[in-house]
Design a protein around this ligand. Structure first.
Ligand SMILES: *Cc1c(COP(=O)(O)O)cnc(C)c1O
Length: 359
């Protein structure tokens, strides 16, 4: 069976070596040495000032919203994973959807201003499939209207824009280290900011608000991650450059094999060093895509409709329409892409797609 992704697991000996240290210290959680080491290594690898390792990418979004004291309306994208929208609602705010750009599939900055009201507090946008949003245009609008910016950068691990990490844009960026992501800790995530004051707040908020054992800085929640997860991250991090290189090779094979079939790939913006986190393709219509999925499934190959449905269609959202996001989400999917996907499998997948599409 071939799934859309496969978790990279390090050699077991490398993980057990970390476990031996954990056993010797009998220190499992609460900011143990491995959590601190991983945070430091991530700062260096990503080139950012503050990194807080948390238990998942969803709590990262929730803490970001809380730390920035967002309230009222948040202008956001309908084309993302459900956690982007659910976190806004969970934190008591109202998502207001701005439609996406047809080429990049990221939130269209030109649609933001017309949605701003006196209740708007922020823009929360996703770097879709790791492709950076138009961060400069969003910055200009946010400054003009005094809005905060949060980027859901769950897909953007290692992505560079104009020579620096894309995580350096906006007030806060969040990452997911879920097992299906490019870099993972099993379950996990991180909150990134360059603002020292905000960093202090995020730090205590993720740890129940603690200021030492008996005092509290303020409101907090449990966003901590454990030594067991950090150990996984420390094993995976040294391999991540190779994992990205393998994905690039496979993506280029797909590019060649699928060329000329009338399938569209989202555009990666200029000045971007991409991480090949996903291989999305947009079909001419939903019917062809469903036929392709059925043909692949028949061979035990499971691509994923990602993202589907468009988030403005969730049943806990007041009716809002996003024409482009609804259209694209009905006919986009991600092909299998992972470090050890074989050339034979790539050939097989491409030939199945070709047979259906050229009929
Ligand atoms: C995976 C993902 C999340 C959620 O991350 P978890 O670690 O699974 O909680 C949020 N947003 C996007 C865009 C994602 O892909």
């Amino acid at each position: 069976m071939i799934h859309v992704t496969k978790t990279y697991l390090p050699p077991l000996e490398e993980y057990t070596e970390y476990l031996q240290g954990i056993w010797a210290r009998t220190w499992i959680t609460n900011y143990g040495p491995l959590v601190l080491e991983l945070e430091q290594k991530l700062k260096n690898y990503l080139g950012v000032k503050h990194v807080f390792l948390v238990s998942n990418g969803t709590i990262a979004l929730q803490i970001a919203i809380k730390a920035l004291e967002l309230e009222g309306e948040i202008i956001t994208t309908p084309f993302s994973y459900v956690a982007t929208t659910s976190s806004i609602v969970w934190e008591g705010c109202k998502p207001i959807f701005a439609d996406i750009q047809r080429d990049t599939l990221c939130l269209d900055p030109q649609l933001i201003e017309q949605l701003i009201t006196p209740r708007t507090s922020a823009v929360l946008a996703t770097h879709v499939y790791g492709n950076p949003c138009d961060v400069e245009a969003i910055e200009i609008i946010a400054q003009k209207h005094q809005l905060k910016i949060v980027y859901d950068a769950a897909h953007a691990f290692g992505v560079q824009y104009k020579g620096q990490s894309v995580l350096n844009f906006g007030d806060v960026s969040t990452l997911s280290f879920h097992a299906t992501k490019l870099f993972h800790t099993g379950e996990g995530g991180a909150i990134i900011t360059n603002d020292d004051q905000l960093a202090h707040k995020i730090g205590y908020m993720a740890n129940f608000g603690h200021n030492g054992p008996e005092r509290y800085w303020g409101l907090g929640i449990n966003g901590k991650n454990s030594e067991l997860h950090a150990a996984m991250g420390l094993c995976v991090l040294p391999k991540v450059t190779d994992l990205i290189r393998r994905r690039e090779e496979i993506s280029k094979q797909y590019d060649q094999l699928l060329h000329g079939l009338g399938l569209v790939k989202p555009m990666v913006a200029k000045h971007v060093v991409y991480n090949y986190a996903y291989y999305p393709i947009i079909f001419p219509n939903e019917e062809v895509m469903l036929a392709v999925i059925a043909a692949l499934n028949a061979e035990q190959i499971f691509p994923r409709r990602y993202f589907y449905p468009s988030l403005n269609e969730l049943n806990y959202i007041d009716k809002q329409s996003s024409i482009i996001a609804e259209d694209i989400s009905s006919r986009v999917m991600c092909l299998p892409l992972y470090y050890d996907l074989s050339v034979d499998s790539v050939l097989q997948i491409a030939s199945i797609i070709k047979n259906v599409v050229i009929q």
